[in-house]
Design a protein around this ligand. Structure first.
Ligand code: UDP
Length: 366
């Protein structure tokens, strides 16, 4: 068989690209080494609850066109992410907002909160934040940094906040209103039927081969392909020729609690102290306002990544940026291979940005 595209990876990037190409009359074959589609947004039912197997995914975007696009493939519920942060016995609202500040300092007005933060950062003399620590301190001051950011971030990334880029913390809003919505985006929600069903719809009748490793497959197939879209790790594609990029992995410990209706009263509870080994516990039913008699919870443990482990996050530092630039140059030389997604482009993409990047790539191809 001849296909216009071989798409490696049945995650969100690959599925979006496959959909676009199919619409344009191109033929695609999708392969994935895992036993399921949807990559890390994969969901499956346990006790009638949609379980986010590889971590919580909440779709959010400010782009109306992207929102309309995903709504072609799924009906979204009206879930709004409002995580709770737990530091020892203290509970705070996230993102950092007036509820957080008032609990922390016993204050009531935005002016009081701003004064408190200003007082804390005055003596630090940070003018141009150079890393995550300086960025966090200059946004929210010492108390919040120490209780809600430092421990969480260092266990999440396995390195010191001084060695992490500041953009990571700028993902989180800081607000002087009593608004616990984690995201600033205009549109937000979770597919009522789960993400797997959404990706299934995107893939439609495109042929998908699961449990199929790219390198084994190309070595043995007699099929031919116009081009390949590779959504795996770019350094792996090139056999780590120039060295390894850094990734962060995760380990999920999922428990079904039969007969327990409500374990923590919220979808996401972050454990921000360094001593607790997991970063968060998610209680899946609350993503969908579930009323089931049982519940399913997942503890998320950050983990070192070594070859063979599942990579979840690129670790963007100045060294990895430099190495990635070299791989990117090699990729450009390979005219018949495209690289896409968090792993292919080595970028901390959210789902909306993943879809936008895949649609753009498809448009450029056509
Ligand atoms: N973060 C933090 N404390 C929290 C939650 C997040 O310090 O309670 C920081 C941490 O550095 C994390 C970053 O904010 O890596 C981004 O968090 P987000 O929730 O966007 O991460 P994701 O859900 O993508 O893992």
């Amino acid at each position: 068989m001849h296909y216009d595209y071989l798409i490696v990876g049945a995650g969100l990037f690959g599925a979006t690209f496959a959909y676009e190409m199919k619409q344009a009359g191109k033929t695609c074959l999708v392969i994935d080494k895992r036993s399921h589609i949807a990559g890390n947004i994969y969901t499956e039912k346990v006790c009638d609850i949609d379980v986010h197997r590889f971590g919580a995914h909440i779709f959010h975007t400010s782009n109306k066109d992207t929102w309309d696009y995903v709504n072609r493939f799924a009906e979204f519920n009206n879930f709004v992410n409002s995580p709770i942060a737990r530091y020892k016995d203290e509970l705070y609202n996230l993102p950092f907002n007036m509820n957080t500040f008032s609990k922390l300092w016993g204050i009531a007005t935005p002016a009081e909160a701003q004064e408190k933060i200003a007082e804390q950062i005055r003596e630090l003399h940070i003018t141009d934040p150079k890393n995550l620590e300086e960025q966090a301190l200059s946004l929210v001051g010492t108390d919040i940094y120490e209780k809600l950011i430092k421990g969480y971030t260092e266990k999440q990334w396995g390195r010191d906040c001084k060695d992490l880029p500041s953009f990571i913390i700028r993902r989180l809003p800081v607000r002087f209103t009593y608004d616990n919505n984690y995201f600033n985006d205009r549109y937000q929600g979770i597919p009522v039927e789960g993400y797997t069903a959404m990706v299934e719809k995107m893939l439609g009748d495109t042929e998908v081969l699961l449990e199929t490793e790219y390198k084994d497959f190309v070595a043995r197939t007699s099929d031919t392909f116009g081009k390949t879209l590779y959504t795996g790790m770019i350094d792996e594609f090139f056999d780590y020729k120039l060295g390894n990029l850094a990734y962060r992995s995760l380990r999920f410990e999922t428990e079904t609690l039969i007969g327990e209706e409500n374990f923590q009263g919220n979808a996401v509870v972050n454990y921000t102290e360094r001593e607790v080994p997991f970063t968060r516990i998610i209680e899946h039913k609350h993503f969908a306002f579930g009323k089931q008699p049982d519940t399913v919870i997942t503890r998320e443990y950050p983990a070192n990544w070594t070859p063979g482990d599942e990579p979840y996050y690129p670790v963007n530092t100045s060294e990895t940026a430099e190495l990635y630039t070299k791989y990117e140059a090699m990729a450009k030389e390979k005219k018949d291979v495209l690289f896409g997604g968090r792993l292919g482009q080595y970028k901390y993409f959210d789902m909306d940005k993943t879809i936008e990047a895949a649609r753009q790539m498809a448009q450029d191809e056509l």
